[in-house]
Design a binder for this molecule. Structure first.
Ligand code: SF4
Ligand code: FE
Length: 508
């Protein structure tokens, strides 16, 4: 138990916190920014000494590095002019001020999916800052608070330093039949433990935090609607990733030990991977300048609804992964000499149709964006939920078709070491040959990539994250039910059928 004097030592000012950050320009600067941080990160029951060079962790950092590299290589796509600081900033830190900004966000997300073949971990933070613009404004309008100014000041520094903001949204939730304030253990939802003249303290945990450790700051926010008894749970705050009281516990992923092996063939995608972590907050201090909600519980539901509208369309990222998978399946078919078979062509058409159906719902949602009271734009919630519902299903069918085209060799292929062995290597190169002009290794690499995306490490990003990220499938169905306006639709039908309200009353 920490005594008050220990806690006081955590009370850093906002400027002291910012002083630890230096502007990031290149992808290499980003990797350097993650070195030598004083952070407790556990993986396989041990504190990790050098996370940046850890073979399991580094691919997840490379995926975020790609968001910086793309800003240099394609500034039109991955940067935008920021009125806050009067220069171009990374699009992941840009406030969406038009429908076109959200469309461009989606295009960038698809491109990064094509580049990385996995989750590049930066979109939940982007969607969070979009939500906070409008929510802080609306809380201030109602309560006379000054959250919006604090938010703007933070965003200016965030843009100038080109940092990554992680979204700490999902609480562990404990007994789902109980509200936050009813839980036997109050820490199962993040809550305020004390308030002082300089700020407040929070305790709790944020689960499945995408890219949590790879971020520079974490924005904590409520995970669900709250009532008056949950007032201490209605907290939004900005926390540096190395704040005192934080512990990171790295999530295991399928086939993660392949990253520890020598050679890159069996890894399938040796360069890029995702990251999820459980981040525990033990009395973490947040100075008032970085508190953006404290007790205004009635805004929690709308905040979550707006976040999900943004983030469920951000799952357009998976169309970039779909492009990779379709390309891998088509290449394997070519290496096998079956690219002209009509059923192969048909399967590739089906895969493309599914992938573009996801894209169409996301991009339509963004084109339908409307301004909120603060001036920021929000994409259409119905189409965003339809997009995410598509994403919970179609990547599974795309994966089934890719595995169908790949054939069983994808899961019976011997290891890279067997290919390199002087006895087995020549045998494998003879008997696993497809088209004579294609090296066997190329065939193996493509098969391993499909394995990686549909069964291995990046199946986390392509499949299970598609299922549960931004809310599990039922969450979208509940939202669709809430906004599908069935009465209006019944009215259309009754009007055409000649069943007026008056006529039906008469018949009774
Ligand atoms: Fe971005 Fe997609 Fe990863 Fe979410 S799942 S952070 S939208 S890449
Ligand atoms: Fe996500």
């Amino acid at each position: 138990m920490l005594v008050t004097s220990d806690l006081r030592e955590r009370e850093e000012t906002a400027s002291a916190r910012w002083s630890r950050f230096h502007p990031i320009v290149t992808g290499e600067d980003y990797l350097d920014s993650l070195r030598n941080r004083d952070i407790d990160l556990y993986l396989f029951g041990e504190l990790v000494e050098n996370p940046v060079d850890h073979p399991i962790i580094r691919p997840s950092m490379n995926a975020l590095k790609a968001t910086y590299d793309l800003a240099t290589e394609d500034p039109e796509l991955a940067t935008a002019e920021s009125p806050l600081i009067g220069r171009r900033v990374n699009r992941f830190l840009h406030l969406v001020e038009s429908a076109q900004d959200i469309v461009m966000k989606n295009r960038m997300q698809r491109r990064l999916g094509q580049i990385t073949g996995t989750c590049f971990q930066r979109c939940a933070g982007l969607d969070t800052i979009s939500v906070l613009h409008s929510i802080t404004y609306e809380i201030d309008q109602k309560h006379g608070t000054s959250y919006h100014d604090r938010y703007i000041e933070f965003m200016k520094l965030a843009q100038a330093n080109n940092i990554i903001i992680g979204a700490g949204m999902t609480d562990p939730k404990g007994d789902r039949s109980k509200r936050p304030s009813e839980q036997d253990d109050p820490d199962l939802f993040m809550h305020v433990t004390r308030r002082t003249d300089t700020g407040l303290y929070v305790t709790g945990a944020k689960a499945h935090m995408t890219g949590g450790f790879n971020s520079h700051w974490i924005c904590v926010m409520p995970t669900m609607n709250l009532s008056e008894t949950d007032r201490d749970y209605a907290v939004v705050g900005l926390v540096p990733a190395d704040a005192a009281g934080l512990t990171y516990i790295y999530g295991r992923q399928s086939c993660d030990m392949r990253a520890m092996e020598s050679g890159d063939v069996d890894k399938g995608n040796a360069k890029f991977g995702g990251q999820e972590a459980l981040v525990v907050f033990d009395n973490v201090f947040i100075p008032w300048e970085h508190v953006l909600m404290d007790g205004e519980y009635e805004f929690a539901q709308e905040m979550v609804a707006r976040f999900t509208a943004y983030h469920r369309a951000s799952y357009v990222c998976k169309t970039g992964l779909g492009d990779v998978l379709i390309g891998a399946a088509a290449t394997v078919a070519e290496y096998n000499g079956v690219e002209n078979a009509s059923h192969i062509k048909d399967k590739l058409v089906e895969m493309t149709h599914l992938n573009e159906t996801i894209y169409s719902s996301a991009i339509a949602s963004s084109y339908e964006a409307k301004p909120l009271a603060s001036g920021i734009y929000m994409n259409d919630a119905m189409l965003a939920n339809v997009c995410k519902q598509n994403v919970t299903r179609f990547p599974y069918e795309l994966s089934r078709l890719a595995q169908d085209i790949a054939g069983g060799l994808m899961v019976t292929l011997p290891s890279q070491q067997d290919f390199e062995n002087e006895v087995t290597g020549p045998l494998l190169k003879k008997y696993l040959k497809g088209r004579s002009n294609v090296p066997v290794e190329h065939r193996a690499r493509l098969l391993r990539l499909i394995e990686n995306m549909t069964l291995g490490r990046n199946a986390v990003g392509y499949l299970t994250e598609s299922m549960h990220g931004a809310g599990s499938p039922q969450a979208q169905r509940i939202h669709i039910h809430r906004i599908m306006n069935i009465e209006k639709k019944k009215g259309y039908a009754k009007g055409l059928a000649g069943v007026s309200a008056h006529a039906s009353a008469e018949k009774k």
